[in-house]
Design a protein around this ligand. Structure first.
Ligand SMILES: NC(=O)c1ccc[n+]([C@@H]2O[C@H](COP(=O)([O-])OP(=O)(O)OC[C@H]3O[C@@H](n4cnc5c(N)ncnc54)[C@H](O)[C@@H]3O)[C@@H](O)[C@H]2O)c1
Length: 327
């Protein structure tokens, strides 16, 4: 195989991001695309001279594919991954991979059984400054971490309804939680509080406006994450402030960092197209049959999903401490 034959389920906003990457790579050919909304499938098909479908089962039955990108809203994962794995396909799934841990665990088990390559859309793991920052932290005694993300309401219809998006922490801040896990290791327990009432006048809106979550790491580190979707000014797209025994580090989700110690200052910025690299890593892993090339395999992403589902459940239970199993 010199090119991966790719199909898409979902041709909305994030699929356009992947389409841009597919146009730039020589490692894939988009041969079929599916969206329930026929216009979206047809527009995508035209872009790649691919075959359009409105029913994914038809696409999976009729097309000879190697891999599928699943780019549907969080509530729409209805068995599509399981069917794709049954057909022998490798799987790229956008985060959050489901609103149900039971479903995500089924997909994880099916992937392991079929030995298929998997990736989840945590492109922030591919930011080129992250390995430097991770290496620096590995040599430090970390005491505590404080993180935040603040933005406005995304415009897609489903985002504002908890039953479709899961809420901000599950749908959006999962990126920040995932990078935190990538840097600091596993979280063993989580507790969260949420507030409502600052976002007003949005029809059908029922998600949390803001939340504050405390995490306990296996290493002993404690961390907080505050996040809100009430400010269109978007003053922060994810900043981490890590306090170590002898210094501190700030890191932005986009890769800018600043390390400070007595008589030491190191600053840096990301310079790579990490979204492109995320998709290429998945394609390379298929072409070279090497899952280790992917920084965010489905099984690992399940731990980030468990963390945000646990945090959200804790908010619902008024801050009750939720133990995470990692299973
Ligand atoms: N990695 C990132 O930074 C990032 C950014 C944005 C969105 N996302 C994620 O991507 C996913 C999709 O978000 P979006 O913004 O593209 O949403 P969207 O609403 O723009 O697109 C989703 C598309 O999926 C289609 N769809 C739903 N069910 C389907 C089915 N059964 N068969 C075929 N098509 C179906 C819808 O018709 C829609 O066109 C979400 O999980 C979101 O969290 C990730």
């Amino acid at each position: 195989m010199d090119k991966v034959r790719v199909g898409f389920i979902g041709c909305g906003g994030i699929a356009q991001y992947h389409f841009g990457h597919m146009e730039k790579t020589s490692k894939a050919r988009v041969v079929a695309v599916c969206d329930k909304i026929a216009d979206r499938a047809e527009a995508a098909a035209k872009r790649f001279q691919a075959k359009p479908y409105t029913v994914y089962a038809d696409m999976l039955d009729k097309e000879k594919l190697d891999a599928v990108f699943v780019c549907v809203e969080p509530s729409a994962h209805d068995g599509m991954e399981l069917m794709a794995i049954e057909k022998g396909l490798h799987l790229f799934v956008q985060k959050p991979m489901s609103l149900s841990m039971a479903y995500a665990r089924k997909v994880r088990a099916a992937l392991a059984k079929a030995k298929r390559i998997s990736a989840v859309g945590f492109q922030c793991r591919y930011v080129d400054t992250l390995p430097r920052v991770k290496a620096w932290l590995a040599g430090e005694q970390i005491g505590m971490v404080s993180c935040f993300r603040l933005g406005g309401l995304p415009m897609v219809w489903w985002w504002r309804q908890r039953r479709h998006s899961g809420g901000q922490v599950i749908e959006q801040t999962i990126h920040n939680y995932d990078v935190l896990r990538y840097l600091l290791g596993e979280v063993t327990a989580v507790s969260g509080m949420a507030r409502e009432g600052i976002v007003t006048g949005v029809p059908d809106y029922d998600t949390e406006d803001a939340s504050a979550v405390t995490m306990h790491f296996k290493s002993g580190v404690v961390a907080t994450m505050t996040t809100g979707c009430f400010s269109p000014a978007g003053f922060g797209n994810g900043d981490f402030l890590v306090y170590t025994r002898e210094g501190q580090m700030t890191y932005g989700l986009g890769g800018a960092f600043k390390i400070q110690k007595k008589d030491l200052l190191i600053e840096g910025k990301a310079g790579n197209d990490y979204g492109q690299e995320c998709d290429e890593a998945f394609l390379d892993a298929i072409l070279e049959n090497d899952q280790d090339l992917v920084l965010s395999p489905y099984a690992d992403a399940c731990k980030s999903l468990e963390l945000v589902i646990g945090a959200t459940e804790s908010m619902r239970r008024g801050g009750e401490l939720i133990a995470l199993t990692g299973k």
